[in-house]
Design a protein around this ligand. Structure first.
Ligand code: ZN
Length: 689
């Protein structure tokens, strides 16, 4: 009896104690900072030359150690003004230091305050480590201590200069979505880094070609993943200087030209660097868990996310009260949880009052009806866009940005011009209150605008940074502080601001813009390398006529019906309702799972398969789609299973149940025969208890 009691006590008490104990940030007697959490350990040193240096990042699970480059320096502090540069070569003076707890993600922050260049700058460096996350996050705030204004011209969010003992390194990056040639739809790209030191580039931020993420791995499948938390344009580079045995990373804020008046501060956007052991799916999974735990906007107190959504764009702008009420009824009937009124409800873009000809009794009546049916009410808004005839442009033509992007013919407002920003914030709060809005579908064209006007409150020479951080981000932060219950969807440009700053303000992001079944699967395929599945919402323009269509939208974030629901036939209604039930039964599983990309990216004439494996329960759900592939035969080989374990395997549309070992499933595979040319199936794999 005693032995049993002890076992129970061990299970109950120790894990909690160990968890707390393993999270550490300390300054040792040897002028070293050590941050560790039992998963990774990072060390930084204050050297005998009074410089601040990164030393090692150690993966404690496998012993792999990433070190600073030999005969060189590596420091997370790297910036330059027009006259001076501060990095790992520059002597610093330690002013003070402290450690604080971070609530979101259960982390520790090591703060170190330095002075640099004979009291020219005060630097506040923060190094963060989080419970269970194999990641170091960091940022620097620069204060100008001089009597003269300085201009910051370079700020590096990914300043790492690492030893590269291996011969070969491969990198992985992922496109964003764009229709402009060359069209992109989240294609992942794997490249072997040339040993010559030639740079490979990642261009990220609003309207850029790629996501703000990068993963690197060596020949032994040990690797690093990195992200930078900035919505504006960024140029990231990575190079392998084989002869010197070095791997150099950087991510620079593009066109930075930041005036720093005496006493002013500038925050270099944060970055993070993590370690992984395995393939790109593992790199993605470790990134995603970190993002969900530490960075991403939490879903307030409910597990029923991602939502099933209806959006009115199936009618384009031809909407009115009657159409919306009819669709609301059907949306509620088939199981939608969020009802979004898209573009066309307002008098004009920029004039965010309901069009009285469409809503004589007011839009609030639609919102109330939607709420009475048990759904949340969402509203489309493009905060930085306004038509020439809208009152805001007529009254304040000087609020427009220099560059306009012609979003449905609208002009662009400059969000980093304070008076315009204040108006936008007031308008968003008013919208939320007036129409009782639960969800803002934020649209627009290039939401980080270019603006070089000299009569605006921002620096005309610093458009990229100021329009991102002090424009778009400032608007989101103010509105969200005033109305924290309203959730935001990043919809601008159909998946063209996929950054790790975006995830802090939005609960989901569009991946591509109603481009059909195959394009939807493609976007989710690529976006689920860097981003958690909930950040891949999909707009379904088709009617629910068959399960090839519905299941092409089933994996990922919110599933948004963008069709004329009121016109559903009885048969389509039944299919929609049952497919929505199916989606709801798997969405929480997908949201917390590791995504396995079991085939190449979906293409016409192929079979594609995307799997979600939950390591805690060892359950897998796979969406397998035949897209007019020549053969109806396909062998599905899931991953992540325990070889010796026996699993129960079945298909959504088939009564047969198989028992197979993990080994059999992963090597021999499950033989499938499709019953048509365009077919999508759900396969379940569960431990047989
Ligand atoms: Zn401006």
């Amino acid at each position: 009896m005693k032995a049993i009691f002890l076992t129970v006590a061990f299970i109950l008490v120790l894990p909690a104690a160990a968890e707390q104990e393993s999270l550490r940030a300390e300054f040792t007697g040897e002028n070293r900072w050590i941050l560790s959490n039992g998963v990774v350990r990072a060390t930084f040193a204050f050297t005998s030359q009074s410089t601040f240096q990164f030393e090692t990042l150690e993966d404690l699970r496998n012993g792999e150690v990433w070190r600073a480059a030999n005969q060189s320096v590596s420091s997370p502090i790297r910036f330059a003004t027009t006259e001076e540069a501060v990095d790992g070569f520059i002597p610093l003076r330690i002013v003070s230091q402290s450690v604080q707890r971070i609530e979101q993600g259960n982390g520790l922050r090591q703060n170190i305050v330095f002075e640099a260049l004979e009291e020219h700058f005060r630097l506040r460096l923060s190094l963060e480590i989080y419970d269970q996350q194999p990641v170091i996050r960091y940022s620097t705030v620069i204060e100008n201590l001089m009597a003269e204004t300085q201009r910051i011209r370079l700020a590096d969010m990914l300043s790492w200069n690492l030893a590269a003992p291996d011969r070969e390194y491969r990198i992985m990056r992922v496109n964003q979505w764009t229709v402009l040639p060359p069209a992109r739809n989240f294609e992942p790209h794997e490249t072997l880094l040339p040993r010559t030191g030639a740079r490979e580039y990642v261009y990220s931020g609003a309207g850029a070609p790629e996501c703000g993420w990068l993963a690197i791995r060596n020949e032994r499948n040990r690797g690093l993943f990195a992200g930078w938390e900035f919505d504006g344009r960024t140029e990231a580079t990575i190079r392998h200087r084989g002869t010197q045995g070095r791997l150099q990373l950087s991510a620079l804020v593009q066109n930075l030209n930041r005036q720093l008046h005496p006493g002013e501060e500038f925050r270099v956007p944060a970055g993070f660097l993590g370690v992984f052991d395995g393939d790109w799916d593992e790199a993605g999974y470790r990134t995603q868990r970190f993002v969900e735990k530490v960075l991403a906007k939490p879903i307030p107190g409910n597990s029923a996310f991602p939502y099933v959504v209806w959006d009115s764009w199936g009618y384009q702008t031809e909407i009115n009260e009657e159409i919306l009420l009819r669709n609301a009824e059907m949306a509620a009937k088939v199981g939608a949880e969020l009802f979004i009124v898209d573009l066309g409800w307002a008098r004009a873009i920029g004039d965010w009052r309901e069009d009285p000809s469409k809503f004589p009794a007011g839009l609030r009546r639609v919102s109330d009806y939607v709420h009475s049916l048990g759904m949340k009410f969402g509203l489309h808004v493009a905060p930085a866009e306004a038509m020439a005839e809208s009152p805001v442009v007529k009254e304040h033509p000087d609020w427009l940005a220099t560059e306009t992007y012609s979003y449905f013919g609208a002009q662009s407002l400059c969000l980093s011009h304070k008076p315009a920003q204040n108006w936008v914030v007031r308008e968003m709060v008013r919208l939320i209150d007036t129409y009782n809005v639960d969800w803002l579908l934020q649209d627009g064209e290039h939401v980080v605008k270019q603006c070089s006007r000299r009569d605006h409150t921002h620096d005309p020479n610093d458009s990229n940074y100021s329009n991102a951080v002090e424009g778009l981000n400032a608007v989101l932060e103010q509105v969200q502080e005033q109305r924290p219950e309203a959730l935001w969807e990043n919809c601008a440009n159909g998946g063209s601001m996929m950054t790790f700053n975006m995830v802090k303000h939005y609960v989901t992001s569009i991946t591509n813009d109603a481009s059909g079944a195959r394009a939807s699967r493609k976007a989710v395929y690529g976006a689920t390398y860097p981003f958690p599945p909930r950040y891949t919402d999909r707009y379904m323009p088709e009617m629910p006529t068959d399960t090839y269509t519905t299941r092409s939208y089933m994996f990922g974030g919110p599933w948004i019906f963008m069709n004329r629901l009121a016109d559903l036939t009885a048969e389509q209604e039944e299919l929609a309702a049952s497919e929505i039930r199916l989606y709801k039964s798997m969405r929480a599983h997908v949201a917390r799972s590791k995504v396995f990309h079991l085939t190449p990216i979906p293409e016409y004439g192929q079979v594609d398969a995307l799997a979600a494996h939950d390591p805690a329960s060892d359950r897998t759900v796979v969406v397998v789609t035949r897209d007019d592939a020549p053969s109806p035969e396909f062998v599905l080989k899931p991953q992540g299973l325990e070889p010796g374990r026996t699993y129960r395997v079945w298909r959504e549309d088939d009564r047969a149940i198989y028992a197979m070992t993990g080994e059999q499933l992963m090597t021999t595979g499950l033989e499938m025969t499709f019953r048509g040319d365009y077919v999508s199936e759900i396969v379940y794999i569960e431990p047989l208890l």
